[in-house]
Design a protein around this ligand. Structure first.
Ligand SMILES: [Zn+2]
Length: 319
């Protein structure tokens, strides 16, 4: 049962029940609803203005994480670029210098970088586009560097073959060497008795001491000659040939491939010779050159200077 409300009547000194007409009641209800609605709308506006929606908060957090991860990625791209720059620098200023090759210029290193720029134009977000362009440039630089390293590898293989072919070691070991006659050029022949060029060096050593091929090559001749006795003639390629004379015997034959340091025969006194020794010659494009100039790779500076000094004092040869 609805609770009655009363009002005090001063004239009758009684409480009279308050009777509310349906119209007034309806008006009160309407007022209540309007105020409630207004308060509700105001509250909603305030909440929306001051407190982001739950989904929005998640998105904002996610966005922050993406930004942080993008920065890590971008820094990583920067570090990779620095490492590649160091490799390019080494390639240009060390490897290419050693191998007598010109460094790559900037236009060669950046070839094709601009051509693919359009690929990034379809990317909506500038930060992603920047990273994409940077990665694309890195890829192009890596392609160029890979080609360059391949070229260096091929050049190195060629050079190694050439270096291995150079007559760069002594044909007689120092442990067997008694004396080195470095007289190169005109001199009075000890047996023939007239002046003629001495086109090589004479290594005095006991009969039977091993004689080594001074560089990789193939044997052109291995035979007896009246002047050089038992001799071996090796073609090293690249215009270089060596000749070894007065052997007691040789152990290679024409057409045979030889390696630097391989024993090809033994010291002797055959042909026009005044004692056991090896007569050793180097020819470059058919011209006799002083073999001593090819020994640098085998000798320390002091040893080389000593050889030059001995050579300047030599007045005789043994053949
Ligand atoms: Zn000689």
């Amino acid at each position: 049962m609805a609770r009655m409300r009363y009002t005090y009547n001063e004239q009758t000194c009684k409480y009279d029940p308050i009777v509310v007409s349906p119209k007034a009641a309806a008006r009160h209800v309407l007022h209540f609803l309007i105020i409630s609605f207004c308060l509700g709308v105001a509250g909603l506006v305030y909440f929306n203005a001051n407190y982001p929606h739950l989904d929005e908060t998640l998105l904002a957090d996610h966005n922050q994480e993406l930004k942080a991860e993008w920065q890590v990625l971008y820094k990583q791209l920067g570090r990779t670029s620095d490492q590649l720059s160091a490799l390019e620098h080494n390639d240009d200023h060390n490897y290419r210098v050693i191998l007598d090759l010109e460094p790559l210029d900037l236009t060669q290193r950046e070839a094709g970088v601009g051509g693919r720029a359009k690929a990034s134009e379809s990317i909506l977000y500038p930060v992603i586009r920047i990273a994409y362009d940077k990665a694309e440039k890195l890829k192009n630089r890596l392609d160029i560097e890979a080609q360059s390293l391949n070229q260096l590898k091929e050049e190195l293989e060629k050079k190694e073959k050439m270096w291995a072919s150079r007559p760069a070691i002594q044909p007689v070991s120092n442990k067997d060497l008694k004396q080195l006659h470095t007289l190169f050029g005109l001199r009075l022949h000890p047996l023939l008795g007239y002046v003629r060029p001495h086109n090589g060096l004479d290594f005095t050593a006991p009969t039977g001491a091993p004689i080594y091929a001074t560089g990789d090559g193939s044997v052109n001749l291995a035979q007896y000659s009246e002047t050089l006795g038992n001799m071996v003639f090796i073609d090293h390629g690249y215009g270089l040939q060596t000749r070894y004379g007065h052997m007691t015997r040789f152990i290679v034959s024409a057409g045979e491939k030889v390696k630097r340091g391989q024993v090809i025969g033994y010291v002797g006194n055959t042909g026009t010779s005044v004692g056991p020794h090896l007569h050793y010659e180097v020819l470059y494009h058919g011209t006799y050159v002083n073999p001593i100039n090819f020994f640098q790779r085998d000798l320390k500076n002091q040893e080389y200077e000593k050889l030059i000094e001995i050579g300047s004092q030599s007045v005789t040869s043994l053949d």
